[in-house]
Design a protein around this ligand. Structure first.
Ligand code: FHN
Length: 422
């Protein structure tokens, strides 16, 4: 696997490693509760799972007024947290647009707030140097009579998907790609059984407007520029093609009044290391509240993970996937930089006495090992036992754990990493 330094339009994506997903829409206002009832899952799905009539759901338009929203706050925070791109839900499945669209009145412009949120993010990203991307639900639209998904207000037998596709999807995607400067990516979702010809036409529209704009895998049929993993899922094996894992911080994408079960900073780092070590990007979500604020708990976790990245970023950025090792690694995970010829050992479960760590299967001779945080050299012993056909690397660690979330050891190699196949 080569390091992520190639000269094509995927460069920025391969190098980014970590991005911020923002799920924000009308569903933010109920926050998972409707008339005293809790949404069964996914607060952003509340309209569908609770079969809320469109005429009632539409009333949320009059309550959409995020009085504390500051796009620069998000963008600066994302940078502090070590994220390199932002993906904002320009239109989610409920059909509500966070941008000024001429093809529908179901948008932020028809709320008391009345300002284009996509524009504010794109401006803030451009001035702060962060890559801006938009999410667009191309198949599901529960407001449009011809969009997919709303079977309680509309009779599916009378729906004409191509009317929705040509009347709303294509024009809105053109608006997004022509009115908001350069987009890093358009993030499609839930293609379901959308005809492949339409998916191709959609990709063609994107590329006609912005040839360098990436399209994620959920446009369907492998047409996208990279593979999108399932939600909250990390592949078992390393992949050399570009891919991304979208992940929640709690158990829902949209804001929830109830769900306070957030991942810890350590869990975030564990996922980041696993994803990056397998060659992917982690796209981690926040769901702003009705005031346009990032929930305090999300901030707390992301700040702590960001602090770790400020010290240990070398082990994440500029790395590529690690070839698969023969055994599960009980103490943590690995990342690898081929241009630095360095393997990074992420020790998340620190060994007790005698404070010794074992990595099995590394064939490349090691020239030195240091603690990434301090640069302090560590003692090690590398051996090969022919009778057992086993490569072992033992490393002696300090008695006091330097970082309880993730202590990184930088292992310098004499050549490209080579791993034993068993
Ligand atoms: O249905 C959506 C869901 O609400 C959310 O947007 C996620 C993010 O990956 N995508 C869909 C489910 O896979």
């Amino acid at each position: 696997m080569a390091d992520n330094i190639a000269d094509n339009k995927l460069d920025w994506f391969r190098n980014a490693k970590y991005g911020l997903f923002i799920h924000w829409g009308l569903y933010t206002i109920p926050g998972g509760e409707w008339n005293g009832q809790l949404a069964p899952h996914g607060t952003e799905w509340i309209m569908k799972t609770m079969r809320i009539p469109l005429k009632d759901y539409r009333e949320l338009l009059s309550r959409f007024d995020p009085d504390a929203f500051d796009p620069y706050y998000y963008v600066r925070r994302a940078k502090e947290w070590g994220m390199k791109y932002i993906v904002l839900t320009a239109k989610h499945h409920d059909g509500f647009a966070l941008f000024d669209t001429k093809v529908s009145d179901y948008s932020v412009m028809h709320t008391p707030y009345g300002r284009d949120i996509v524009r504010q993010f794109s401006d803030a990203c451009a001035s702060e140097g962060l890559t801006f991307c938009v999410y667009y639900s191309q198949m599901q639209d529960w407001e449009d009579p011809d969009g997919n998904g709303n079977t309680w207000d509309y009779d599916p037998a009378c729906q004409d998907f191509s009317r929705y596709f040509y009347g709303k999807v294509i024009p809105q995607v053109r608006e997004l790609l022509t009115n908001y400067g350069k987009l890093g990516m358009i993030w499609f979702d839930t293609p379901y059984d959308m005809p492949v010809a339409l998916c191709r036409e959609l990709a063609g529209t994107v590329h006609a407007c912005q040839p360098d704009c990436l399209i994620n895998g959920r446009i369907g049929y492998g047409i996208g520029d990279f593979r999108e993993a399932a939600d909250n899922a990390i592949p078992l094996l390393s992949r050399s093609d570009p891919w991304e894992s979208p992940m929640t911080l709690n158990h829902t994408w949209g804001y929830s009044r109830r769900d306070n079960d957030f991942k810890s900073p350590r869990q975030v780092l564990e996922n980041l290391v696993r994803v990056v070590g397998k060659g992917g990007n982690l796209l981690l979500n926040v769901g702003p509240d009705e005031h346009g604020m990032i929930p305090a708990k999300s901030e707390e976790v992301l700040c702590a993970a960001g602090e770790w990245l400020r010290v240990n970023g070398e082990s994440i950025y500029g790395t590529s996937g690690v070839p698969d090792f023969p055994y599960l690694i009980p103490w943590g995970g690995l990342t690898y930089s081929s241009c630095r010829r360095t393997l990074y050992l992420h020790v998340m479960h620190y060994p007790s006495y005698p404070y010794r760590l074992l990595l099995t299967g590394l064939e490349t001779p090691v020239t030195g090992i240091r603690l990434l945080r301090s640069g302090a050299p560590l003692q090690f012993m590398q051996s090969y036992e022919p009778a057992r056909d086993e490569h072992r690397l033992y490393i002696s660690l300090p008695e006091v754990c330097p970082d309880t979330d993730d202590t990184v050891l930088a292992v310098s190699l004499s050549g490209p990493v080579s791993v034993q196949k068993i």
